[in-house]
Structures are given as C-alpha cells and as structure tokens.
Ligand binder design. Sequence first.
Ligand code: GTP
Length: 308
Amino acid sequence: MQFGEVDIDGSLVASHSSVSEDIIVVNNGCLCCTVRGDLVKMLLKLVKEKQDKFDHIVIETTGLAKPAPVIETFCSDELVSRYLKLDGVVTLVDSKHAMQHLNEVKPRFVVNEAVEQVAYADRIIFNKIDLVSEAELEVLTKKIKHINGLAQIKLAKFGSVDMDFVLGVGGYDLERFDSEAHLDSSCSVTHQHEAGHGHHTGHHHDHAHDSAVSSVSIVSEGTLDLDEFDDWLERLIEEKGEDLYRMKGILSVSDSDQRYVFQGVHSTLDGCPGKTWGPNEKRINKLVFIGRNLDEFSLRKGFKGCLA
Ligand SMILES: Nc1nc2c(ncn2[C@@H]2O[C@H](COP(=O)(O)OP(=O)(O)OP(=O)(O)O)[C@@H](O)[C@H]2O)c(=O)[nH]1
C-alpha cells in the first residue's frame, strides 16, 4: 500500500512482481491529518475482502509523509485496532543524503519529516553505505541515535536486509519488548545541540525546532511506586503529550516480583506486568523517551520522585 501524489513505484513494482500480492495506491489523503481517513477506509476494505489471505500489510509512505498520523490510525481507530495490529515502523535512510535532510531547518510550524521518520522508527536501515566513508557513517549514526535511541539499526546496500528485520518487528508488542529489552542505554545524548542551534532559550519552544527531537534514556536501579509513576506519566502526557513521540520502559515496581512494561505513542499508553525477576537479578529500570524539546533534567527528576 502506498501513499503518494504520483504513483511511479507502484507500477514499477507491479511490473516486476509475479507474486499475488496486491499493491494499492492511496493518494488522496491529507498528509497532515491526525488519523488518516483514506488509510482507515483502505485497511477496512482489505480486512473485509481478504482477511484470511494475508499475514502482513506493508505500507510504504512517500518520503514526505509524517509517520505519526499513520501510526495513530492503528491506535485510535476503533475498527482498525480491532482487526489489525501495528507491527513496527521501518525507516530506510539514504546514508549519502540523510544528513542534509536531517539538518534542514524548516519554516515555523513545519516539521522536518526526515527527523520525524527517524524518531518514530522501530527499525532503521542505513542504505547505500557503499557511497559513504566510515567516518561519514559514524557521524550519521551518532546523529540518528541522538534522535532515536530505541530503534535497531542495520547497514545495507541496495536495501538488502533479512526479512526478519522488517517483518514481525513487535515494536508495539509489550511481551516482545519485555523479552528482548532493546533499550540502548548508551544513547542518552540529549542536550548536545547541533551546530547553529546552540542557543536554546525559552522562546524557541513554541515552534517545530527539529534539532530538538531527541531521546532520553534512564537506566536506574531501584523500585518504583507504580501509582506514583502512573500519576507522573499522566501529568507528563497532559503537559507534553504532543511532544512525546514514543516512550517505552521496563520497570521494577514495589510489591511485585514481575517487571512492569509500558509503551506509548503521544497520549496513548499501554502497560502490563511482564516477566518475573530472577532471584539474583538486579532490578534495573530502563526507560526511553523520544520527543521534541525533552527536558532531560526534569524527566530524571520526575522518575526519581517515583522511587519507593
Ligand atoms: N550505490 C548504491 N545505489 C543504490 C543503493 N540503493 C539504491 N541505489 C540506487 O539509487 C537510485 C535511487 O533509488 P532509491 O534512492 O532507492 O529511490 P527510492 O527510495 O525508491 O525513491 P523514493 O521512494 O521515490 O524516495 C537507484 O538508481 C538505485 O539503483 C545502494 O545501496 N548503493
């Protein structure tokens, strides 16, 4: 399924495809609505007509699409979420040109879609690595991990990656998340402002300051009061829900032998008890927040305030 004004890829893929997959082009949706009405319609049509005939639906957006409305379609639309589950967001990065797009400063209220597409990803493929030096790749990796410390990254040439890397991602699956625990604590690199954006004063916070999209990771031993934590998260979402793109965490909570796992997109939160802690296992809390203008200091302080 593709979003786009002009469907060139669709016909190219179709002419090369001997398999029976359907390619559906969705090109009349508004790129900035919060839930994609056109997508809802198409997904429900697929469910109705072919429910038992597919394992996955792969949606390819145009390079200009904002990922949030597509993601929220799966969280917010009651019918869609009844029949379909969002598996994950995969972002293909052109290693040669990505930096230029990530650094592009957009006009007021205009988001940088390259930054958004990295920020919301569960998996990131750095493609065209044959066209860049190791040093360039290192700088790009640093930049991308700064934006998204949660996604797994793979390097590729001509888009060649294992299918398992892009299908069956389980990016929104609390159980998978619990057992895999891909929280890269080395990615807590917020507050390193990009060149040219060093001055980060209050008056900048009212517009889409894209270099301000970053990850904050908290890795900390200790036990949390779950009620306090819930209250804190709720307050956070109320105040900053729009700026909080993704959050995930594995928590050690008092009066429980089980981990508590949670994940969220903006103001949609989902949490449940997870695996039991081992008898000699260190109970370490791991949380990652990805969002715009995140205040690392106050996130850490808020978290500490919930420790029992
Ligand atoms: N050297 C090199 N060229 C590549 C690689 N992957 C794709 N290309 C070439 O890059 C050109 C443009 O392809 P892409 O950048 O993949 O285009 P695309 O992503 O389909 O374009 P949109 O979907 O319209 O954004 C084609 O000529 C590809 O053959 C790679 O890993 N290395």
